[in-house]
Design a protein around this ligand. Structure first.
Ligand code: DP6
Length: 333
């Protein structure tokens, strides 16, 4: 019997991952670029048992007091991932396990809760199998969980996921540690409803959008520019590119087969406020994943003003403030 505890962050992508060229190996069509989030983390504890048939998952939901047993799709994904990890790490036998998981933020609301959860599992399962793979291997393993963006929660700080030419070259690495740039992500929670269509399903249809080819073509330039803006810490240019990428991804989402409309009226209201604040000199830029909640990317000096401004906004039910964070970590074995 062993107990392994891991803490891992969600991440916000500045250049988004949308569309898979291989849905078994979870290979993306494009590179993506993200920042790990200090305030949106998942903590898991894995307790191993000698009975390999015992595999349980307990989840404590955001702001809930107790752990509840979870079955169905999430448990199935975990069991499958434990098997993937076993093969990936070259192990033969699998112990049983009981997993307890808790989040500091609502899951399935466009804050990449599966990224923090599956990156934590990738590290936790490695230890369960008594392996200590290097960061690159761990990132590949996290990607193979099915939640591709989980691979970006393994390295520290500001992270680049190279699409690679195959499974062994599609992994994420750190471009800079958390302290490199005092960026913040003020997450405006507009709803705690779970999204109805998961990303995995959405990725499959991305290519059916007429705008998808254009997105991939435009990304070449955007990626070059954002790398330069990041290196030179040119925040205004950086922010404009972040917004452009969000709009580009959501245009694809809306125009792909069975169009995905993640934005709500509240999302648009908040976007307009962010633009208006900018006119008045408080520089924040929006970024939105597969959900209606809005991330405001800003610098440390403006974080308080932006969070303060939205605190009393009628559409905002909660605010989570994030600084750049380290990646997945063992907290106790
Ligand atoms: C829209 O397949 O990694 O967040 O497993 O649901 O977290 P989940 O999603 P995943 O795709 C996420 C795509 C995205 C953009 C991004 O984070 O790059």
């Amino acid at each position: 019997m062993k107990k392994i505890s891991v803490k891992s962050p969600a991440n916000i992508a500045f250049i988004k991952y949308w569309g898979q060229r291989d849905n078994k190996l979870i290979l993306p069509y494009n590179d993506s670029f993200s920042m790990n989030l200090s305030g949106c983390t998942t903590r898991i504890e894995i307790e191993t048992t000698d009975d390999p048939s015992l595999r349980k998952l307990y989840i404590r939901e955001y702001k809930s007091t107790d752990f509840r047993e979870s079955e169905g799709k999430t448990l199935d994904m975990i069991i499958k991932f434990a098997d993937t990890a076993k093969r990936f790490l070259g192990k033969r036998r699998s112990p049983g396990f009981i997993i307890r998981s808790e989040n500091t933020f609502p899951k399935k609301a466009g804050i990449a809760s599966s990224a923090s959860f599956f990156s934590a599992l990738a590290l936790g399962f490695s230890r369960m199998y008594e392996s200590e793979p290097e960061e690159k291997e761990l990132s590949i393993l996290a990607r193979l969980s099915g939640s591709g963006s989980a691979c970006r929660s393994i390295p520290d700080g500001f992270v680049w996921w190279q699409k690679g030419t195959g499974s062994s070259s599609s992994y994420a690495y750190s471009l800079a540690p958390p302290a490199y740039w005092d960026l913040r992500d003020v997450v405006l929670i507009l709803s705690r409803e779970e999204k109805k269509v998961g990303s995995q399903e959405g990725h499959q249809s991305a290519i059916t959008s007429n705008l998808y080819k254009e997105r991939l073509y435009g990304l070449k330039k955007r990626m070059r520019l954002i790398r330069r803006a990041f290196e030179n810490k040119e925040f205004s240019l950086f922010g404009r590119l972040v917004e452009a990428d969000t709009v580009s991804m959501h245009s694809v989402m809306m125009t792909q087969n069975h169009g995905l409309f993640y934005w709500s009226g509240k999302t648009l209201d908040v976007i307009r406020e962010i633009l208006a604040l900018r006119q008045k000199g408080t520089e924040g830029y929006f970024s939105i994943d597969a959900g209606e909640n809005v991330h405001v990317i800003c610098r440390g000096k403006d974080e308080g003003r932006i969070a303060g401004y939205f605190k009393t906004h009628p559409a905002v039910i909660d605010i989570i403030r994030n600084s750049p964070s380290v990646g997945a970590r063992i907290i106790h074995t």
